[in-house]
Design a protein around this ligand. Structure first.
Ligand code: PLP
Length: 450
């Protein structure tokens, strides 16, 4: 593609005329016009090419325009574009089989949705109907989606505008040693205190009122906090003791991101319900879902499940999931994510932390990493305050702009940047990304104590 700035301006003007964007003050945004994408890169109309260290919204796990997935969508479009969810269709059954074979334990039934938030909505509905209880517990420092129940479960400022009460959600603190809510100094202390805090919360809420506990297996947007050994198995045990449904939200962490098919595989834990979306088909067509345990599935053997969607198990989405999962297996894409994490990204990011005064903490696994940027490594004061905007957020905005000038599209949230490239990224692309981060961090260092 040769640069065509005029075409880019026209695309932008058309966008500004009628497109209303997510999470934005419409008058203050200037969306980049995208001309194309392939593999780990996408580009604009002005000749700028970006290494995608965000995987868009952490969803293009197999990169852009994977030829096998594009072909599968084209082929399915020629065969059967759409059909109501009540029918049996080859491609939907095959997608469900491929997913169920990979989800942990006995999570063998798949309810399909159009994305992550709807998966969370339906998982919570299943838990409430299954237990006959009203409430759900979820963590601060979490994101579960932007629909009614999902946004109320969310533990970040995006929830505040939707906090209309009556949702039956109670938030608790999950472990995060670097910014410990429990003033712990070791992983063991953090784990033990976090489990005790959860038990206390349950006791004071009344265990018989709690349908579900939902956690991201590895919290994503909130900061990629890898849980300490024993925490998730501890939550599993607490749920079993009180008859609470354990939901793991793997919308972001699933399908290879952590170097496992599901993040739960890395922690030897099996939830009762597992939500997925994003990586299931890299977002080529909207798709999400809930993987359901045998026990919860049995609740709806004779009693109708009170939920559904016109596009549940949409053929184009399912065809893209089948092709994605098969390509991931054939091309060892999950293994690549694990190897890149161990051999390039993890060591490279730790090396950046040693040299840059603004990098307080490095954490993650696979292709799922966060750099916690600080003003002071000793006090761990964040580079910008929690939920900062405008002038207060200037150091992070300058950092993001520098990344883009260096040809890297970063994922930035509050005082963090996440290194979350596609699972298909090559060692040389990962090194290219590390070099761009290195240069941009020099700017962040100007705000940090030396
Ligand atoms: N759950 C998690 C863990 C997520 O990261 C997200 C999106 O980022 C969602 C749910 C919501 O997914 P969607 O935006 O597809 O509704």
């Amino acid at each position: 593609d040769s640069p065509d700035p005029q075409a880019g301006q026209a695309v932008k003007a058309a966008d500004r005329a009628h497109v209303f964007h997510s999470w934005s003050a419409q008058g203050l945004i200037d969306p980049m016009a995208v001309a194309g994408a392939e593999g780990s890169y996408f580009w604009d109309y002005d000749g700028n090419r970006f290494l995608d260290f965000s995987s868009q919204l952490v969803n293009t796990n197999i990169g852009h325009q994977h030829p096998k997935v594009v072909a599968a969508i084209q082929e399915q479009a020629g065969k059967l574009c759409t059909i109501a969810p009540g029918f049996a269709v080859d491609v939907r059954s095959e997608a469900a089989r491929l997913i169920a074979e990979r989800t942990p334990g006995d999570l063998d039934k798949i309810f399909f949705t159009n994305g992550g938030a709807e998966a969370v909505e339906n998982a919570l509905r299943m838990a409430r109907v299954h237990t006959g209880r009203p409430k759900a517990l979820s963590a601060y420092r979490s994101y579960h989606g932007a629909t009614a129940a999902a946004i109320n479960l969310t533990g970040d400022p995006r929830r505040w505008a939707s906090d209309t009460g009556a949702a039956g959600v109670v938030h608790f603190w999950a472990p995060f040693l670097y910014r410990s809510p429990f003033h712990a100094e070791t992983e063991e202390q953090e784990c033990e205190r976090a489990l005790r805090h959860l038990e206390d919360t349950i006791a004071f809420e009344g265990p018989q009122t709690i349908a579900a506990i939902i956690l991201e297996t590895v919290p994503g947007t909130a900061g990629i906090m890898v849980p300490p050994p024993g925490y998730l198995t501890g939550v599993r045990e607490i749920c079993d003791r009180y008859g609470i449904v354990f939901i793991l939200d793997e919308v972001m962490a699933g399908f290879g991101r952590t170097g496992h098919w599901f993040a739960a595989d890395g922690f030897d834990v099996v939830p009762d319900l597992l939500t997925f979306a994003k990586g299931v088909n890299s977002g080529y067509v909207p798709l999400g879902g809930v993987a359901i345990s045998a026990e919860i599935a049995a609740t709806f053997d004779q009693r109708p499940y009170p939920g559904g969607l016109t596009y549940s198990g949409h053929p184009l989405a399912c065809a893209s999931a089948v092709a994605t999962i098969n390509a991931m297996a054939e091309e060892r894409i999950v293994e690549n994510a694990a190897e890149i994490g161990e051999t390039v990204l993890g060591p490279g990011l730790r090396e950046l932390a040693e040299r840059h005064p603004s990098v307080g903490d490095v954490r993650g696994m696979g292709v799922f990493w966060a750099l916690d940027l600080v003003r002071d490594k000793e006090t761990r004061e964040p580079l910008v305050p929690y939920n900062a905007s405008g002038e207060a957020n200037a150091p992070m905005a300058a950092f993001a702009a520098a990344c883009k000038r260096n040809g890297l599209w970063p994922f930035v949230n509050m005082n963090r940047t996440h290194a979350v490239p596609p699972c298909t990224i090559t060692p040389s692309e990962a090194k290219e990304g590390l070099a761009a981060l290195d240069a941009a961090l020099t700017l962040a260092d100007e705000h940090a104590a030396r």
